[in-house]
Write a protein that binds this ligand. Structure first.
Ligand code: URA
Length: 254
C-alpha cells in the first residue's frame, strides 16, 4: 500500500516541479502547505524504503519516461537542494545525433528546458547552419541540475550524474554524439586533454561516434581575432558533423 502512495507522491512532486518550471509559482498558501506536507511524507517514505533495501534504481530503468521520473526525484548530489527544475533534455526520441552540454544555467533551471538562454540561441543557429533543427536531434547536458551561480560542476556532481547520461544514451541510441565543451568531452571520453587537442576528429564510444567542439557559452566570451579563430574551428567541426550525419542518414533504414 505504502509503495503505491510513494509512487503517487513521486508523480505529484514531479508534476509540481514541472509546473513550477512553467511559471505556476504563485499558488495559494493552503496549496503550498499541502505540497510541503506531501514532500515531507515522500521524504519519510523514501527514508523508509532505504531502510528496507534499495529503491528501484537506474539498472531497472527501461524507458525514457522511467528515467525522467527517476531524475525528477533525484537527490544524488547537493545540486538537488538548490535546483528549481531537473533539466533532463529534449528533442527527437529517435535521434541520430545527441548533443551534450555541461549543465543547466539560470533560464534552463527556471524553464526545465536545455539550452534556452543565450548559449542556447547560438546553439540553435549553429544547428541551423548545418540544416538541422532542434527537434531533429536530442539536446541534454552531463549534469541535469544547475550549479549555483553557473559554476563549473564539481567532480562528484559529474560522477553522480554520469550514469544517468549513459542510460539516456543507451535508451535514445544515437549513432552520433557531439560534446559541447570540455566537461562533456572529459566525462564521455574519459580524458583530461584540453578541448583544443580533442576537437577536429571522431572518437568511438562503443558503436557510436563522438565529436567534440567548443561550448557556445565559451564562444560568446570572446571578440576580435580570438573569436574569429574559434568560429573558424567550430565551423570546421560542424561541417565534419554534417558530413557524418548526412552519411548516416543515407544509410538509415526507413
Ligand atoms: N549550457 C549547458 O551546457 N547546458 C544547458 O542546458 C544550458 C547551457
Amino acid at each position: 500500500m505504502e509503495h503505491h502512495v510513494k509512487e503517487a507522491l513521486e508523480e505529484l512532486v514531479t508534476a509540481l516541479s514541472k509546473a513550477r518550471g512553467l511559471g505556476l509559482e504563485r499558488l495559494p498558501t493552503k496549496s503550498l502547505q499541502a505540497i510541503s506536507k506531501m514532500e515531507e511524507e515522500l521524504k519519510r517514505l523514501r527514508d523508509k524504503t532505504h531502510d528496507h533495501g534499495p529503491e528501484p534504481g537506474l539498472s531497472q530503468v527501461t524507458s525514457l519516461e522511467q528515467l525522467e521520473q527517476l531524475l525528477h526525484s533525484c537527490q544524488d548530489c547537493q545540486l538537488s537542494a538548490t535546483r528549481k527544475n531537473v533539466v533532463v533534455g529534449e528533442g527527437s526520441k529517435r535521434p541520430l545525433l545527441m548533443l551534450v552540454g555541461e549543465a543547466p544555467g539560470r533560464e534552463e533551471d527556471v524553464t526545465g528546458r536545455p539550452f534556452v538562454g543565450k548559449s542556447g540561441e547560438l546553439l540553435t543557429k549553429m544547428l541551423r547552419a548545418i540544416n538541422l533543427s532542434r527537434s531533429e536531434v536530442y539536446i541534454t547536458s552531463v549534469v541535469k541540475c544547475r550549479p549555483p551561480r553557473n559554476r563549473t560542476p564539481h567532480r562528484d556532481e559529474i560522477a553522480a550524474c554520469l550514469p544517468y547520461l549513459h542510460k539516456q544514451i543507451e535508451l535514445l541510441d544515437p549513432a552520433l554524439l557531439l560534446c559541447l565543451g570540455s566537461t562533456a568531452a572529459h566525462a564521455l571520453l574519459n580524458t583530461e586533454n584540453p578541448l583544443s587537442k580533442l576537437r577536429g576528429r571522431f572518437y568511438s564510444l562503443g558503436k557510436r561516434k563522438v565529436l567534440v567542439t567548443y561550448h557556445p557559452a565559451y564562444l560568446l566570451r570572446f571578440g576580435g581575432s580570438k573569436l574569429l579563430n574559434l568560429k573558424k574551428q567550430a565551423w570546421q567541426d560542424l561541417q565534419m558533423l554534417q558530413r557524418e550525419y548526412e552519411r548516416l542518414k543515407r544509410q538509415e533504414k526507413p
